[in-house]
Design a protein around this ligand. Sequence first.
Ligand SMILES: *[C@@H]1O[C@H](CO)[C@@H](O)[C@H](O)[C@H]1NC(C)=O
Length: 402
Amino acid sequence: MGRHTNEGLVLARLVVVVLVSLGVVAEAGRAELLSAEEQLLLEETRPILQRSMVDRVNADKRATWKAALNSRLEKHTVKDFKRLCGTIMTPVPDLDSSSFPVLEPGRNDARGRTISPADLPESFDAREAWPHCRTISEILDQGHCGSCWAFGAVESLSDRFCIHGFENVTLSENDLLSCCGFECGYGCEGGYPFRAWQYFKRTGVVSATCDPYFDNVGCGHPGCSPVYDTPVCNKACVNDDLWAENKHFATSAYYLPSDPEALKLELYTNGPIELSFNVYEDFAHYTSGVYQHLYGDYMGGHAVKLVGWGVENGVDFWTVANSWNTEWGEKGYFRIVRGTNECGIETSAVAGIPFVQGGKRSRVAEMYRIVVSVKPLELLANLKPASGRQCLEMSMYHIFIG
Ligand SMILES: *[C@@H]1O[C@H](CO)[C@@H](O)[C@H](O)[C@H]1NC(C)=O
C-alpha cells in the first residue's frame, strides 16, 4: 500500500515536471506550480453558464426540459453560483423519525375538511387554490447572498399566514438571516432550513416592512451586488412599528416524511413547504419543462418553496418557486420530476403552522406561549421528541447554502 503510494507520488511528480517543462502551467499564467487549491480556484472563476451545456442538454433525447443561457446568472462564475447553492457538509441520510420531529402531513385542510390521499387531485397549484394570498405567487431574488434557506422558510410561512389566518403579510428574510445567528448557520454563507422554522417558533419573525432585505442598503429586491455580507442584526423596525410587537410566530416546526404522497397532502392542506435539493451545473441552465439532472458537477444544496404538482406528457412533476428572480426558469419557477426523489428533493422537506388566533395572530409573545401549550394538541400528539444532541447531529446533515 505504502509502496504504491510512493510510486504514485513519484509518478505524479514526474508528470508535473513534464507538464511544467512543456509550459502547460506557465500558459495558465503562473510562474510556479499550481496546487490543487489553486487549480480549483482557476476552475471556479470560469462562468457557470456554458453554451456547450445548453447544446448538450437540448440535444439529449432523455431531457424533458430545455436549457438556455439566462440573464440572471449571466455574470456568475462557478464560485458565485456555488455561493447561491452552497455545500452539503455530509450526505443526507435517510430520515429516521426517531431522532427528530417528523410530523405526519396535514389531514384537515384550512377549511376544516378532512382530506385523505384518495381525495387529492391529479394536479394542484397553491396560487390557484388560494388566490386571495398575494405572497404565494411572488418570486423574490436572494441576490448574491447564500440565503436560500431563509427565503424558502420565510416565503412558505408568509403564505401560510394568509392561508390559515387570512392575513396578507410579507415576512422578513432579513430578520432570520441577521438575527438567528449561529443557531441557523452562517447567514449569507448558508444555513439550516429546519432551524429557520425553529426560530419562527421560538423567536418569531417580523414583517419585511419592518425589516427589509439587507435593510434596503444596496441589496433590495431584485438583486444585491456587490454588497453581500450577512446583514447586521438591529432588532429595530425601519418604520414606526415596534420590533417585538411585529413578530409573527409558528406553533410548530417539523420535517415531513420522505414520501411524495405526504408532501402532496401537506401542501394541499396547510400550504407551501420548504424543500431542499442537490444542485448540479445543468440546473443553472434550466429554462422550461420538467427538470431531471443530466450533466455537470455537484454545486451544493439549495432550498426552495413547493407550490404545486402535475403531469406533463406522462411525466409527474413538482412546481417549485425559486428565489433567482423572474428571468430565471419559467418566470422564476421550475418544475422537477416527482415521485423518484430527483436530486433528493423529496427528503428533508420542512414546514410549520403559523400562530393565528381567530384569524388574527397574537401580538404578544407571552400570550403565544400560553396558548400554544393547549392549542395544537393534534400536532403535539404526532411530534416525536428529539434531544438537543440529536438535533445538532441532524443539522450537520442539513447545511444548505442557498
Ligand atoms: C391580499 O391582498 C390582495 C391585494 O393585493 C387582496 O385582493 C386580498 O383580498 C388580500 N387578502 C387578504 C386575506 O386580505
